[in-house]
Design a protein around this ligand. Structure first.
Ligand SMILES: [Zn+2]
Length: 464
């Protein structure tokens, strides 16, 4: 009887430890599709809280909410990491029209770029000059640009499969367009939205004035792709048309905010840290469901799934909701700074910040040895249609952790629809599919499980 009892208690432990990787992954995916909390969490973040621009009340509500939800997961530790963040507000709704003759106006949809200064109170009205990018701006020079609004109209390249590459190919217009145009005497900047689709939505995003003194800064706004095309056509017909726009955005002094952190302590190698994260802040036009509410709830779901499937990590698994990725990266920088100061040994970091769409795989930033070890696990992911394992980039928030030995990775979902929503008013909850979101969380958990179980090559030595 006594023997039987012992067998009864030991059996589940033995059966778990004997579970093959195939079985463990199957367990993770099945649990994600039936017991995940990710969609419910995203519903709250998106619909009960909403857009979470750094320094806003909503951002602080999101900090409190995700901390409380992680506390419910019975983790070993949940805490806040203070970080100072920029505070920029949009002000009242922007307003713009094209004036093709006295009394002949065409209203267009614009939104201020994050970090931009306001226009004069009554708005700004003048002629424009269209350019395809920063090179053309420089070629035109001061004579053609002074006193005008520069209209950057280089579209995202349609024939690139990875839409992030297409984004990277024209985002310099948005980020540096105003600083460059101001050098040639421009009075304002209008940038074609970073969107492959022709629609009515302007897409915001961060911009920088670089070293430009405050009194030289000019207002910058994004225009919807449809209105960019209309503006371009009208300019071709009559280069003398005028553009009027008004925006009341403002920069305030930095404010205190937080990264939200939750962790499960490793049972064998607690000093080897695996960090998983997304960014809790978002732009203000939508509710930030894809960018990056999805990545936050998927990261939290990794801990939930590990708990639910009864897996006890050997290494410390830490989830970080980074603050201020969008307009400053202060949270990512602070996390890495503190980790470095404490001499923490990060062996792996995984970020989800490419939308909550169907997962395809991962991109990696790591040594050849580690990449070889990880790609050997590809067949395990095959039943879940996960096939993309490529070197090249990970994520903005985990980037500052880069160093010898660490493996950095980014979840890579299907990217075809991402830029239809990115930084626009339609980045909202109804555009996230529950199963796709859950499959992304399961895919992250599967990789975290394998790395935790088998470790990485050449881990960094712990300081001291
Ligand atoms: Zn993002």
């Amino acid at each position: 009887m006594k023997k039987l009892l012992v067998a009864f208690w030991i059996l589940p432990i033995i059966s778990f430890s004997q579970m093959s990787d195939e079985e463990q992954l199957e367990q993770i995916y099945k649990t994600a599709l039936t017991e995940s909390k990710a969609y419910e969490w995203l519903d709250h973040l998106s619909n009960q809280i909403g857009g979470r621009l750094s320094g806003s009340l909503n951002a602080e509500r999101a900090v409190a909410y995700t901390k409380a939800e992680m506390e419910k997961l019975s983790l070993d530790r949940v805490y806040l990491q203070p970080v100072m963040v920029p505070k920029w507000t949009r002000g009242i709704a922007e307003y713009a029209f094209i004036e093709s003759g006295p009394g002949l106006t065409t209203p267009v949809n614009i939104c201020a770029l994050g970090g931009s200064v306001a226009t004069p109170a009554g708005g700004l009205k003048t002629e424009l000059i269209e350019v395809q990018g920063l090179d053309e701006l420089a070629a035109l020079g001061k004579e053609k640009i002074e006193g005008r609004i520069v209209f950057y109209n280089r579209p995202m390249q349609a024939d690139v499969i990875n839409t992030f590459e297409a984004y990277g190919g024209c985002v310099d217009q948005r980020y540096s367009g105003a600083a460059e145009a101001a050098k040639y005497g421009a009075v304002g900047v209008i940038v074609r939205s970073m969107n492959l689709r022709i629609d009515d939505l302007p897409h915001t995003g961060s911009m920088s004035y670089g070293e430009l003194p405050i009194n030289k800064r000019i207002p910058a706004a994004a225009i919807s792709t449809k209105h960019a095309d209309i503006l371009s056509t009208m300019l071709e017909l009559n280069p003398k048309i005028k553009f009027h726009f008004r925006q009341t955005c403002k920069v305030y002094p930095d404010v205190l905010s937080y990264n939200v952190i939750g962790e499960i302590k490793g049972s064998e190698f607690p000093n080897e840290i695996i960090t998983i994260g997304g960014h809790l802040d978002s732009w203000d036009l939508g509710d930030g469901s894809h960018d990056d509410g999805a990545g936050c709830v998927q990261s939290m779901e990794v801990l939930h799934l590990l708990k639910k499937t009864g897996y006890k990590p050997k290494r410390t698994i830490r989830v970080v909701m980074f603050m201020n990725e969008e307009n400053g990266l202060r949270g990512g920088n602070k996390y890495a700074e503190v980790a470095k100061a404490k001499g923490e040994n990060h062996v792996f970091a995984l970020e989800s910040d490419s939308g909550g769409f169907t997962p395809r795989g991962f991109s990696f930033d790591c040594s050849d040895e580690n990449f070889e070890k990880i790609t050997a696990w590809k067949p395990l992911f095959e039943p879940y249609l996960i096939h993309y394992f490529k070197k090249g980039g990970s994520g903005a928030d985990i980037g500052p952790l880069k160093g010898d030995g660490i493996v950095l990775a980014g979840l890579r979902p299907d990217s075809q629809r991402y830029f239809d929503h990115h930084h626009a008013a339609n980045d909202t909850f109804e555009h996230v599919n529950k199963r796709e979101l859950e499959l992304g969380a399961a895919t992250m958990t599967a990789l975290v499980y394998l790395i935790d179980k088998y470790g990485t090559m050449l881990p960094k030595k712990i300081k001291g």
